[in-house]
Design a protein around this ligand. Structure first.
Ligand SMILES: Nc1ncnc2c1ncn2[C@@H]1O[C@H](COP(=O)(O)OP(=O)(O)O)[C@@H](O)[C@H]1O
Ligand SMILES: [Mg+2]
Length: 237
């Protein structure tokens, strides 16, 4: 871990988030010159998060109790693991997954990017890979000069994965079904934490994703259902 100089909270849209979690800027920017300190890891994670979070969600703050408790569990597990191994840093490697369900515009993606920022400020290290399901299928389509399996392993092995909009494609194909199964099965078997969003309603999941994927999702994920109007239309009105 490299040492990260003090960061400007405005540049990373941190003021609301730090205030909400009662984390002081003095702590975050503590100048202890220790690259393994939680504060340094937090600064590192905040800069990495800003690279992977789309502009629209740059200041997202999670307000879902279920998302917050899922993150707290991952953090506690990482710290226990660190204590058990006498490791220099606490790192998220294993844990439960979370499935955010709800119609379009109910704030699932907002919560998901908020979760990345939330985990960043804890000072527990986590290396996110972030994708929409549609972008992942496109990246995995066999084509000249691309090692699709190597690309697949990047998603499959991510220490923590955000898979946004699973099941949103109009027509599942054999290809998307196979990718879904291989990805979910691997992450299930290895207990790799995965944050999944989907606009399917619970009843549609097994028809859409198949029994084998659904059964694993049920076991590995806590489910949160978001309700309410489409916030995007609300904004337009
Ligand atoms: N808690 C929130 N606070 C402020 N804006 C929000 C919140 N949740 C969602 N939004 C906004 O509402 C819109 C829809 O949210 P989004 O997370 O993209 O929905 P979904 O992923 O469920 O389709 C976006 O413009 C988003 O920025
Ligand atoms: Mg979304």
């Amino acid at each position: 871990m490299q040492w990260i100089p003090p960061i400007n909270p405005k540049r990373f849209h941190l003021e609301e988030l730090l205030a909400a979690r009662d984390i002081s800027l003095d702590w975050l920017n503590s100048n202890d010159l220790d690259p393994h300190s939680p504060a340094n890891i937090a600064r590192h994670s905040i800069t990495k998060a800003a690279e992977i979070i789309p502009f629209h969600y740059r200041d997202a703050v999670t307000d879902s109790p279920e998302v917050l408790s899922w993150l707290a569990e991952l953090v506690a597990q990482a710290r226990d693991d660190q204590a058990g191994r006498g490791a220099p840093t606490a790192t998220v490697t294993h844990g439960r997954s979370l499935l955010l369900l709800g119609p379009t515009g109910t704030g699932k993606t907002h919560q998901a990017y908020g979760a990345i920022r939330e985990l960043a400020i804890t000072g527990v290290a986590a290396t996110w890979v972030v994708t929409t399901a549609a972008d992942m299928y496109a990246a995995l389509r066999p084509r000249h000069g691309i090692d699709s399996e190597a690309e697949f392993r990047r998603y499959r092995n991510a220490s923590i994965l955000l898979l946004d909009d699973l099941g949103a494609e109009r027509k599942p194909t054999e290809f998307t079904e196979e990718v879904n199964f291989r990805l979910i099965n691997w992450r299930y078997e290895n207990q790799l934490p995965t944050l999944i969003t989907s606009n399917l309603v619970p009843k549609e999941i097994s028809a859409r994703l198949g029994d084998r994927v659904t059964s694993r999702l049920i076991e590995m994920c806590q489910r949160v259902v978001f309700k309410g109007p489409d916030r995007r239309r609300g904004e337009a009105a």
